[in-house]
Design a binder for this molecule. Structure first.
Ligand code: GLP
Length: 261
């Protein structure tokens, strides 16, 4: 760390008239981020090292860091440490084109990657039976992933498909749609339902957003050209990362002007 960055850790003891130590540390880190002394993606020293540098307890460091994580200034990545939150570049996403996450990111020159949350074959839920048109005895393939663009977690996607469409979920590599493409099962049409949610718990941690952040819940039901349902995916997209854009046209004579599918 530079000398300027090291000044984050100089605190004034209460005996010398200083404010509570965790508040001082929090403010110093906030100021350093604001002034650009430490920038998006920069790593902070470990909790132990900060405690030594600032001559305070690890509990005090943790309290300051947790507060900054809650307010979205810092992010914690399991096993790799604490970082200044990356600057969010908003992604504009058309609502009228049926594309995959991998395609969307490639078109923007960003690299798409995923962290696997689940990949397997399960007894279906009532929703999956109904939407995928399964019998209660059939099983369902599920693939759940944290979707990442460059280094930034963008969405959590939990897809369910019939075994006829995806007999071996283990065969899915970096793109579900490329896997479906190989067997001629890539969706030709889809219906999406978008609603607002406030994220809490594990999903907020995965997306590296503060608890309670506004996000978009997107449910996609995709169809083959034959009209058969091929995919039922529930996704959570970061509200601070996406702008969804739809082109609207005046309804022609005889066309319905309202309602959904
Ligand atoms: C989008 C859709 C998902 C779909 C996914 C496939 O993100 N919201 O419903 O499953 O694309 O993406 P990929 O082929 O990159 O796995």
């Amino acid at each position: 760390m530079s000398e300027a960055a090291e000044s984050i850790f100089s605190l004034v003891k209460a005996s010398e008239g200083g404010a509570p130590l965790y508040l001082q540390l929090k403010k110093n880190i906030e100021d350093a981020v604001q002034r650009g002394v430490i920038g998006p993606g920069d790593a902070l020293p470990s909790e132990r090292d900060i405690a030594i540098k600032a001559d305070i307890s690890r509990v005090t460091v943790r309290k300051a860091v947790q507060d900054l994580v809650k307010s979205g200034i810092l992010v914690q990545r399991h096993g790799s440490g604490t970082f200044v939150a990356p600057r969010m570049e908003r992604v504009e996403q058309s609502l009228s084109r049926l594309t995959s996450f991998t395609d969307d990111m490639a078109r923007r020159g960003m690299s798409a990657s995923s962290v696997w949350l689940d990949k397997g074959i399960y007894p279906p839920s009532p929703d999956e039976i109904m939407i995928l048109g399964l019998s209660a005895k059939e099983l369902v393939a599920r693939v759940s992933r944290l979707r990442i663009a460059n280094e930034t977690p963008m969405a959590i996607e939990r897809a369910s498909l019939s075994l006829a469409a995806l007999p071996d979920p283990e065969a899915v590599g970096s793109s579900l749609y490329s896997t479906l493409d190989k067997t001629g099962s890539r969706p030709a049409r889809a219906v999406q339902r978008i609603s607002a949610v406030n994220l809490v718990g594990a999903d907020a941690r995965l997306l590296e957003v503060p608890e309670g952040s506004a996000c978009l819940h997107i449910e996609r039901i995709s169809y083959l050209a034959s009209g058969k349902v091929i995919e039922f995916t529930r996704s959570i997209y970061r509200g601070d990362a996406y702008d969804f854009v739809a082109e609207l046209r005046l309804a022609g004579p005889g066309e319905e002007s309202g309602g959904t599918t």
